[in-house]
Design a protein around this ligand. Structure first.
Ligand SMILES: *Cc1c(COP(=O)(O)O)cnc(C)c1O
Length: 341
């Protein structure tokens, strides 16, 4: 099976398995795990922040971030297509008792300064106040868009001018930095916290990191405990995460493969693909007379797997475990499916 469902389907490399076996470990709740400590140090340095916290998943990282930034009853400002709002089981109200105020960031993927100011609610007798702005880069639901630093900065600075902290959901943050050729530390210049996943394009089996100031991460550590995410000999999973940090530069290969995939899909009569910024390709199959579900089901029978993402849209994601030859092979098979439809 050539699997484009997600960049989370990768299997750990031999180096990652070796790293897990040989990891120096201790009880991380006592801060005794050298592998976790090293991973947190390196992650913080990579994104130019003081400290980092290793967490089991991106979802937990985001939800810890939100809980740590906000007080009960406050509002959280985000795009209507934001992962934190759309794909995390209503975690914002469930776990933080915070009310999302959504706005439509459109193709820009992050709000303009004006949208931030319009969405801002001042605390008074009747209104709870805005407690947090959440941004996302790359933007998943909008097609893996790498949001330029200038747009991130504009939204973040507008929030900070209003005294509102900013969290960046950077599940694929490093894809954005590689695609835009921006230093990770520069991309976080005006945000207060960033979460990025080790388990997506970087290829680790498990884990994400939440980064911010020392003071913020100390508070986030208590929330992680509350949410059940404090782990013991976590070096077993942190050590492969350290290996994963070696995979940052090669994300460019995934982006090149996505572009090749999109070009090939556009050559198939009836399909039209997005021009991918990073490793996510959205393809529309309406002119082929196939719904997204029909296209993905038929391709799966021929050994190519990807997900329907709306009536006539599918999402394909490139990653470490699909190479250029896999892309070409998949294009042949998808072309056959559409021709036979
Ligand atoms: C995948 C993803 C997450 C969640 O990460 P998990 O490790 O799957 O919980 C959060 N935000 C975005 C934008 C994502 O793509």
């Amino acid at each position: 099976m050539i699997d484009f469902r997600s960049d989370t389907v990768t299997k750990p490399s031999a180096a990652m398995r070796d790293a897990a076996r040989d990891a120096d470990v201790g009880d991380d709740v006592y801060r005794d795990d050298p592998s976790v400590n090293e991973l947190e140090r390196r992650a913080a340095d990579l994104v130019g922040m003081e400290a980092a916290l290793f967490v089991p998943s991106g979802t937990m990282g985001n939800q810890i971030a939100i809980r740590t930034h906000t007080d009960r009853g406050e509002e959280l400002l985000c795009d209507e297509q934001a992962h934190v709002y759309k794909w995390e089981l209503g975690g914002i109200p469930q776990l933080s008792q915070v009310q999302p105020r959504i706005l439509d960031a459109g193709e820009r993927c992050v709000p303009t300064a004006e949208q931030v100011r319009d969405g801002f609610v001042e605390e008074d007798l009747h209104r709870p106040g805005t407690g947090l702005l959440c941004l996302e880069n790359t933007h998943n639901s909008r097609g893996g868009v790498a949001v330029p630093k200038a747009h991130v900065d504009e939204a973040a600075r507008a929030a900070r001018d209003l005294g509102v902290p900013v969290h960046l959901d950077g599940a694929r943050f490093l894809n954005a930095c590689v695609a835009l050729d921006v230093e990770p530390a520069a991309m976080t210049e005006h945000v207060d916290s960033v979460m990025f996943c080790l388990s997506k394009g970087l290829g680790a089996p498990v884990g994400s990191v939440l980064c911010g100031t020392e003071e913020y991460v100390d508070r986030a550590r208590r929330v992680r405990k509350l949410f059940g995410g404090a782990m013991r000999q976590a070096g077993i999973v942190a050590a492969p995460g350290l290996e994963a940090l070696e995979n940052v530069d090669r994300l460019a290969d995934d982006h090149a493969n996505a572009e090749r995939l999109a070009d090939g899909l556009n050559d198939v009569d009836g399909l039209s693909a997005s021009d991918p910024d990073t490793n996510i390709v959205m393809v529309n199959s309406e002119d082929a007379g196939l719904t997204g579900e029909e296209l993905s089901a038929a391709c799966k029978e021929r050994g190519v797997s990807f997900s329907a993402f709306g009536d006539y849209t599918c999402r394909l994601c490139t990653h470490l475990d699909v190479d250029r030859d896999d892309v070409d092979e998949a294009l042949d098979r998808i072309g056959d499916v559409v021709a036979d439809a």
